[in-house]
Design a protein around this ligand. Structure first.
Ligand code: NAD
Length: 120
């Protein structure tokens, strides 16, 4: 997959894996990297040096996710790649109240997926 010239959104982009993806997508020539994070300062700290955009977004709140999608497409055009990085992982064999990660809230996305373009 090629991200050059494309609009990319990364949830949980303010730190860790999400941050690494934001920076990798920028290096790969993405037209705009949108950093969506529950921590707005972290989102800005990642977005600013890569010429990206920062949004405060709690993926546990559907309205926040819709806001990111709508504002991104309004400002930058169609989203080509949406990385649902911030999310909860729940295992069917475990009680629902025991998330398997570090306590990220359950949200509309109950699994996480990352998409890595070739060559990154
Ligand atoms: N690091 C690992 O070994 C590992 C392994 C398996 C799964 N994961 C999953 O990968 C994802 C990223 O992991 P990481 O290690 O980079 O985490 P991290 O804690 O380093 O970074 C997570 C980022 O997500 C943000 N965030 C947390 N809750 C959020 C929410 N509700 N809405 C939006 N943003 C939110 C945080 O502010 C932070 O910037 C997580 O979903 C995690 O469960 C990580």
């Amino acid at each position: 997959m090629q991200v050059a010239g494309k609009v990319v959104v990364v949830t949980g982009g303010g730190n860790g894996i999400g941050r690494a993806m934001c920076e990798a997508f920028h290096r790969a020539g993405a037209a705009r990297v949108v950093v969506a994070d529950i921590d707005p300062a972290a989102a800005r700290a990642v977005a600013t040096p890569i010429g990206g955009a920062a949004f405060k977004c709690d993926v546990g709140k559907e309205k926040d996710v819709l806001h990111v999608i709508e504002e991104t497409e309004h400002q930058f055009g169609p989203i080509e790649l949406f990385c649902s990085n911030a999310a909860s992982i729940r295992c069917r064999s475990m009680p629902a109240e025991r998330p398997t990660n570090r306590g990220h809230e359950a949200g509309p996305f109950t699994s996480w997926r990352t998409f890595m373009p070739h060559g990154i």
